[in-house]
Design a protein around this ligand. Structure first.
Ligand code: ADP
Length: 484
């Protein structure tokens, strides 16, 4: 699939340190999850490369923060323009290594690029404050300064957007970054870095450490242990987030964490059912269910339960599964064998505990799984507690509003939540009662670049996107000026 790129020079396979492509002493394979075919050999960098990248970033920090905000803004804007000009190629690279359908991949390129555009604009608005003096001989001020060298460790489900929403605010604020992209999807990251170089982002300001899963752990240790790295931003599993937090404790690093979710999707009796079916379908099966905001548990009120289950199952049965490059495919492969095994485990467990399969239910040849719906799910099932991260929708029945809220909140996670209702009082009550960082009301998709994305409880720390997305990359300094 990569032979068809308009610009084959976007296909980079080495790491990037201090503006130089670094081949490393060993390589690892990147595979196409739809076919199992090898796409590329990528540099397998290790701890010494991580030290070199941190040193390069630190050396680049002074000149980068010395640029005016407008100068940084102009460079970011150029990067945005190049990302969009190469949307087709980036989309192809992404579909090849990640599997999502090509239109979805191109959509992610636009979404990923939008963070670069947004933070190019926000770069100019990192404003300080003047405060009223407590004594007329003094003047009080607040400066916002770039935090320093930042590290970003990113997952495979959004190979571009999870990078840009960390890197764009860091660069905008005046910080250099060291990125450790997911080992399953490094090619999109490297193509984006090549475009950053073409945009004129200086050497050392953006570094990429590609590494296989073992070396990712070793590189992660170096990034966490470094005194020079002042901030780590991570998107991925809660389990790895905890490890990175523990490893960062000795250096008291600032952290942004976007971890697992277990999103409830609640349909009340007064909902527009057809709209809820569309929303649930979009929320659940996008990216084959492999997003941290995909609905994981569908709670439907008794009065509309049978209607919803019938309509939702009928909708899900229309979904076309296949290679993301094929026309009309809604759902591509899952990323790896372990992902398929988890979906199977959740389906089998639900069925063993009495759930009824109303759509799909089976694995298909290769790394594909039928979009699956089960009815009559109950709280004792694995799918009620764990994030499936795949195309499996368990539907639970509830009677009262309070019951739905309690069930929705009965999890250690708190990222996205969704509900459908037309009752204005209920909309306020339920929105306020859900212990989540994000609530979608009568929608199944809610992310965009100018809103604060993030979770509460064990779903993470900090917010990405919006003007709040800059906060983690600046330090606040208080100046107290006397003897006026
Ligand atoms: P997912 O559940 O999305 O596969 P992971 O949390 O396993 O996500 O991985 C997300 C990112 O974290 C990837 O870039 C991966 O290489 C990296 N990673 C996984 N384990 C560690 C670790 N112990 N230290 C540092 N990075 C890690």
């Amino acid at each position: 699939p990569l032979a068809l790129l308009n610009d084959s020079s976007l296909l980079k396979t080495d790491g990037l340190i201090n503006g130089q492509w670094v081949p490393g002493t060993s390589r690892f394979d990147v595979l196409d999850p739809a076919t199992g075919q090898k796409l590329a050999d990528v540099a397998n960098l290790g701890p010494a490369d991580a030290e070199a990248a941190i040193a390069a970033a630190n050396a680049a920090w002074g000149p980068w923060k010395a640029k005016t905000a407008k100068e940084r803004s102009i460079l970011l804007r150029k990067w945005y323009d190049l990302l969009m000009a190469n949307q087709d190629d980036l989309g192809r690279i992404m579909t090849a290594e990640q599997g999502k359908p090509l239109p979805e991949a191109k959509g992610e390129v636009a979404y990923g690029a939008s963070f670069v555009e947004w933070f190019a604009e926000e770069a100019k608005r990192v404003n300080g404050e003047t405060l009223p003096q407590f004594d007329n001989n003094r003047r009080l001020m607040v400066l916002k300064q770039p935090i320093g060298v930042c590290a970003a460790i990113t997952p495979w489900n959004f190979p571009l957007a999870m990078i840009t929403r960390k890197v764009a605010p860091a660069l905008a604020a005046g910080c250099p970054v060291v990125i450790k992209p997911a080992e399953l999807t490094p090619l999109t990251a490297l193509a984006a870095a090549e475009l950053a170089i073409r945009a004129g982002i200086p050497a050392g300001v953006l570094n990429i450490l590609t590494a296989d899963s073992d070396r990712s752990i070793a590189v992660g240790k170096v990034l966490c242990a470094s005194d020079v790295v002042r901030h780590i931003s991570f998107t991925g599993s809660t389990e790895v987030g905890r490890i990175l937090m523990a490893q960062s404790a000795p250096t008291v690093k600032k952290m942004s964490l976007e971890l697992g979710g277990n999103a409830p999707f609640i349909v009340f009796d007064d909902a527009d059912i057809d709209s809820a079916v569309e929303g649930a379908f979009a929320s659940k099966y996008r990216n084959a269910g492999q997003t941290c905001v995909c609905s994981n548990r569908l709670y439907v009120q008794a009065g509309v339960y049978d209607e919803f289950v019938a309509k939702f199952a009928a909708k899900v049965k229309t979904a076309k599964v296949g290679n993301g490059f094929e026309e009309g495919v809604n759902q591509g492969p899952l990323i790896e064998e372990a992902a398929l095994a988890k979906v199977q485990r959740h389906v089998d467990d639900a069925v063993a505990k009495g759930a009824r399969v109303v759509a799909g239910g089976k694995r298909l040849p290769g790394q594909f799984f039928e979009p699956t719906v089960v009815a009559d799910a109950t709280a004792d099932m694995l799918c009620a507690r764990e994030e499936t991260f795949g195309p499996f929708a368990p539907v639970f029945k509830f009677q009262t509003e309070q019951e739905a809220i309690d069930a929705a909140n009965n999890t250690e996670f708190g990222l996205a939540s969704y509900f459908y209702s037309r009752d204005i009082g209920r909309i306020y009550r339920v929105s306020e009662a859900l212990e989540y960082g994000m609530v979608g009301i009568n929608v199944g998709i809610l992310a965009t670049e100018h809103v604060p994305f993030g979770g509460v409880k064990q779903s993470g720390l900090g917010r990405e996107g919006s003007h709040h997305g800059m906060d983690d990359y600046v330090e606040i300094k208080y100046l107290c000026l006397g003897d006026i």
